[in-house]
Design a protein around this ligand. Structure first.
Ligand code: ATP
Length: 584
């Protein structure tokens, strides 16, 4: 398939405002594509060039992209810089400027009469794998060569792919819906793909297997070393006593609950890969965890689930998530590693020496973990207490608070307590110290719009329009306008923070009533943690609307923090909000 055809689809996707339409457009193009193009279509639609966990970077700065455009058009770089200053988006710059090109650079990229999707992929691979001296020149000329032989619309999307600025508001769930429609006849079949996607987060691989082997192939997809799996999640309860009622076992393991970053560690001999909650490769962020996994995990292969927690070894004290986030940086990682040491607290094991443990019960997995982990101050199996009564949990909870921890996670010890990737069920129940606050738990909401600021806020946004995720329909439904809790500094940073996500119209997956239409719309990407006073029925919000058309909204919402480690689809769901509303 020609990249031109795909680019035209991208242009269509930018304009549609209905999610159903979006899914159908994607399904149609997937059906038409060659088997070895389908994965690329999935990645490109999501704005990626390969599976996101692979951490393939093109290593091409904006400056080089401008130079490539200049080369392709055969004009001075200053001309391109000036146009960029006026237009902003480099994709548009490429669209506007390269009308007619005589430069072909065949030595760098040999293709004629446009590019096929496979050729685009070859070119991107060539750019990504050019390293060492002369690589900047190679990257620049390869891109220039590609740009010079395609049409304006292809240039726009090629540049957006390269600069990682493709945004249609399409998430993985939408692509799964499109795959289900294309191969299984209807988006209703999506749950069949979800299980596979939960244990193997490479959506391109899922698409290839589905195309080649059908649903049988999908059923066989298993947890694999170095491919991240979606983490199992914990349910919340409103009354402490509900823990005992909801959990399906008499014996309960109350585990220490750490406030750090969830880290999935894959050990394969001397090779260790670490994945974040968002399933991105964060290996380079934690060289200390890599070393400790190599040293103190006594099996050759293992996949572990745990939490990286900042720790003060002098005072023997766990530190906050905020402290740990100071380590999130590209440079000076080693220096910060000394200033902010971490412990890796391991609470699960999913794979051991060629065998998946996901279908084993929690007690069996814990036994496996204890067999292979050499506990020490740097890496340790999570502290826990087994008990059959609420007093036992409460006592352990108080001990955890004394250790500066967030609370406990109570885990079922039943035969059915398998590891359920991506699921939030009552096999794990969290109980936190914040539960004493007004609304007991915060909501993680997705920002899809903003209102202009006035007075003191005239240079920034007055408030943000926040939504919850409805996984059943794969849409975002409004819950509240958020305007309080921001520091002046935070307020000032709002417009630049959202600039990349701005769009001209309502995102296709957002459900917004006229009365709360914002001044600006954003693609649903940024997740914010919000605390409020109470949930109330509201005719102006779309979250969990009842038959009378009344939704649920959050009163007096207050900004707590950004949640960069969560994707939009991992935000609080509309069902969770409905349950919280019913129980308050
Ligand atoms: P969630 O993960 O439920 O979407 P969240 O990111 O806001 O919500 P919390 O509500 O604070 O996090 O609690 C769940 C998180 O607690 C887990 O995702 C995990 O990162 C962390 N955690 C800490 N200790 C444990 C433990 N012993 N077992 C499981 N999870 C733990």
């Amino acid at each position: 398939m020609q990249f031109k055809e795909l680019s035209e689809i991208f242009e269509e996707l930018e304009k549609v405002s209905s999610q159903t339409e979006m899914i159908q457009i994607l399904a149609d193009i997937i059906k038409k594509a060659d088997p070895d193009e389908i994965d690329k279509i999935c990645y490109y639609t999501l704005g990626e060039i390969a599976a996101s966990y692979k951490k393939i970077t093109l290593g091409i700065a904006e400056k080089i992209v401008q130079q490539s455009i200049a080369l392709a058009v055969n004009v001075d770089i200053d001309v391109i810089k000036n146009i960029t200053n006026n237009i902003g988006d480099l994709g548009e710059v490429a669209f506007e400027t390269i009308k007619n090109s005589s430069n072909h650079f065949k030595d760098y990229f040999d293709a004629e009469n446009g590019l096929t999707i496979k050729e685009v992929d070859n070119g991107l691979v060539k750019i990504a794998t050019s390293n060492g001296s002369g690589s900047a020149e190679m990257k620049k000329k390869t891109l220039a060569a590609m740009l010079s032989i395609v049409s304006p619309i292809e240039r726009k999307y090629l540049v957006r792919l390269v600069t990682r600025t493709m945004e249609f508001g399409v998430g993985e769930a939408t692509v799964l819906n499109a795959l289900a429609t294309a191969f299984l006849g209807s988006k209703k079949e999506k749950p069949k793909l979800e299980r596979a996607h939960n244990v193997c987060s490479d959506i391109g691989l899922i698409a290839r297997v589905l195309d080649k082997e059908g649903i049988q192939g999908i059923m066989k997809i298993k947890i694999t070393l170095h491919i991240p799996m979606r983490p199992m999640l914990a349910q919340r309860v409103h009354e402490f006593s509900e823990i005992k009622q909801k959990i399906d076992s008499t014996i309960i393991a109350a585990e220490e609950k750490y406030d750090g970053e969830r880290i999935e560690a894959h050990k394969d001999g001397q090779e260790v890969t670490l994945f974040s909650r968002r399933l991105t490769d964060v290996t380079s962020q934690y060289p200390d965890i890599v070393e400790n996994v190599k040293k103190y995990i006594k099996s050759d292969q293992a996949i572990l689930d745990g939490e990286a927690v900042a720790y003060n070894f002098k005072d023997h004290e766990f530190k906050s998530f905020q402290k740990l986030m100071q380590r999130r940086r590209k440079y000076d990682v080693k220096e910060y590693m000394k200033d902010i040491p971490v412990r890796y607290m391991v609470f699960d094991i999913l794979y051991r020496d060629g065998r998946s443990l996901m279908k084993k019960s929690y007690p069996e997995r814990r036994k496996n973990l204890e067999e292979i982990i050499e506990n020490n101050k740097l890496i340790k199996a999570a502290g826990r207490r087994l008990t059959d009564n609420l007093d036992g949990i409460d006592e352990y909870f108080q001990e955890c608070l004394d250790k500066n921890l967030e609370g406990v996670v109570c885990k079922s010890c039943s035969d059915k307590s398998y590891y359920q990737a991506g699921a939030r069920k009552y096999y794990w129940i969290k109980w936190k110290k914040d539960y004493a606050s007004e609304l007991r738990d915060t909501l993680d909401l997705v920002v899809i719009g903003a209102y202009s600021g006035r007075g003191r806020r005239r240079r920034t946004y007055g408030s943000l329009l926040c939504t919850a995720y409805n996984p059943e329909y794969d849409v975002f439904q409004t819950v509240c306008k958020l305007g309080t809790g921001f520091s002046d500094e935070e307020l000032e940073k709002l417009p630049p923070k959202f600039k990349q996500h701005l769009r001209d119209n309502k995102p296709a997956r957002a459900e917004v009533l006229k009365s709360v239409e914002p001044t600006y719309y954003f693609n649903p990407n940024i997740v914010v943690e919000v605390l409020g006073a109470e949930l109330t029925k509201s005719p102006i919000h779309t979250c969990a609307q009842d038959e009378a058309g009344k939704g649920i909204s959050l009163r007096f919402p207050r900004f707590i923090r950004w949640r960069p480690e969560k994707s939009a689809e991992e935000a609080t769901t509309t069902t969770e909000i409905l349950e919280m509303y019913q129980k308050q």
